[in-house]
Design a protein around this ligand. Structure first.
Ligand SMILES: *Cc1c(COP(=O)(O)O)cnc(C)c1O
Length: 411
């Protein structure tokens, strides 16, 4: 059958090789190495002339099936699963850039990603230039002959800012640089990155995909839109690998050498998570809109930030890019840090924990936790306020969540 929808495709993605027992779940190949019949076969495998699994740091059948499922729903040229979302981001930049290059992004970023750019990669000579990605003109002005990519989060965490991705893609295209998007908050199903001109998608599959925070993982998705001849570092491989240049260099060099591979067990869990992604995401997004509406009406709350609210400045652009669902993360402000802590401590159902897109609803005070290593001035630039709480909404019955929030606000 042709033209299957997301959830059907995920459930029925074929194995690359038939399972000898007809197992309806890809088994967990929890092994390190694979044997070959002859020395010649081993040689061919190492030369890349006969694709086969050799060693599980490089590839493994359970991980490959997880990657195939993502490939089937995105139509991507290549998909790579890694040990975490941070591994996906760092491996991507280590592949496309080198010392003295620069990239353009915003300070409105996930805290660890900012730290990766500002400390880890800067020490190795990669410069990061920060701007306001919601103002495409400013982005264009920062690009020079050493710029390799524009990097954005489709909905930034925790500012919940939404940039115009098509506008950024047009700038990147005109300058022959990459548009790389962290789609952790809007994974495939919610957002079709390819349609909006995103060249490379990185995401933390720890969040939506894992299915209830069972395991840490990350994905790199190459949508096949970029001409790799335009990238100085990868240019020399293009004649050999064509559209697979980036993925080949990753798998045969950077990903292999860095060693941040996903474990087969995590690939199994995340593959199961994918089967229910659409159902969970639908429920959590509906819940979030209801809770945002409730918070907006509450006299205890000074402001609510959710791109799905009609009065959000990102409402229109979020609608264009993500349709009716604006994700399941919202922030709201109380009058002080003290009030935030008091509220958090009164919650009976909602859990105090640092994660997003668990099945359970989680709350955190970002300024004192995820962003605690940054000084006040930087926190302000990053849009992280002392009065702000972040709620990552789960799939519980929204009425129970609202009851819990109400008693904690009023109690
Ligand atoms: C959590 C997160 C990451 C990092 O993912 P890990 O799987 O924890 O390494 C990156 N980007 C965003 C937007 C995130 O929320």
């Amino acid at each position: 059958m042709k033209d299957l929808r997301f959830i059907t495709k995920i459930l029925h993605t074929k194995y690359l090789r038939e399972d000898s027992h007809g197992s309806l779940h890809m088994p967990v190949y929890d092994n390190v190495t694979f044997e070959f019949k002859t020395a010649e076969d081993l040689e061919l495998a190492f030369q890349g002339k006969k694709p086969s699994h050799m060693y599980s740091r490089i590839s493994n059948p359970t991980i490959e099936h997880f990657e195939q499922r993502i490939k089937s729903v995105t139509g991507a040229v290549g998909v790579l699963a890694l040990s975490s979302g941070m591994a996906a981001i760092s491996n991507t930049f280590l592949t496309i850039a080198k010392a003295q290059d620069n990239i353009i992004t915003s300070k409105h970023l996930f805290g660890n990603t900012y730290s990766l750019f500002e400390y880890t990669l800067r020490d190795w000579g990669l410069e990061t230039r920060y701007t306001d990605l919601t103002k495409p003109d400013q982005v264009a002005r920062l690009i020079d002959h050493k710029t390799k990519a524009i990097f954005l989060e489709t909905i930034t965490n925790p500012q919940l800012e939404v940039a115009d991705i098509k506008a950024l893609s047009e700038i990147a295209k005109a300058k022959n640089i990459l548009l790389i998007a962290d789609t952790t908050l809007t994974p495939p199903y919610l957002f079709s990155a390819r349609e909006f001109g995103v060249d490379i998608e990185t995401l933390s599959s720890t969040k939506w995909i894992s299915g209830g925070a069972t395991s840490v993982g990350g994905l790199i998705i190459d949508h096949g839109l970029y001409d790799w001849k335009q990238n100085e570092k990868l240019r020399r491989d293009v004649n050999k690998y064509g559209p697979f240049t980036f993925m080949t260099r990753l798998r045969r060099e950077v990903y292999r050498n860095i060693g941040a591979c996903m474990s087969p067990h995590n690939a199994y869990l995340q593959s199961l998570g994918l089967e229910t992604l659409a159902l969970r995401l639908d429920q959590a997004c509906v819940n979030t809109l209801k809770i945002a509406g409730f918070l907006k009406e509450s006299s205890h709350v000074s402001s609510v930030n959710y791109p799905g609210l009609r009065d959000s400045i990102y409402y229109e652009i979020a609608g264009k890019q993500f349709g009716e669902k604006s994700g399941a993360l919202l922030t709201f402000d109380l009058t002080s840090k003290n009030q935030c802590f008091k509220f958090m401590n009164k919650l009976q159902l909602i859990r105090r924990a640092t994660n997003l897109h668990d099945n359970k609803t989680l709350i955190i005070h970002p300024a004192s936790t995820i962003f605690c290593e940054y000084d006040d001035k930087l926190k302000q630039e990053m849009g992280v306020r002392d009065t702000m709480l972040r709620l990552a909404v789960g799939i519980e019955d929204s009425r129970d969540l609202i009851t819990d929030i109400q008693q904690a606000l009023e109690g």
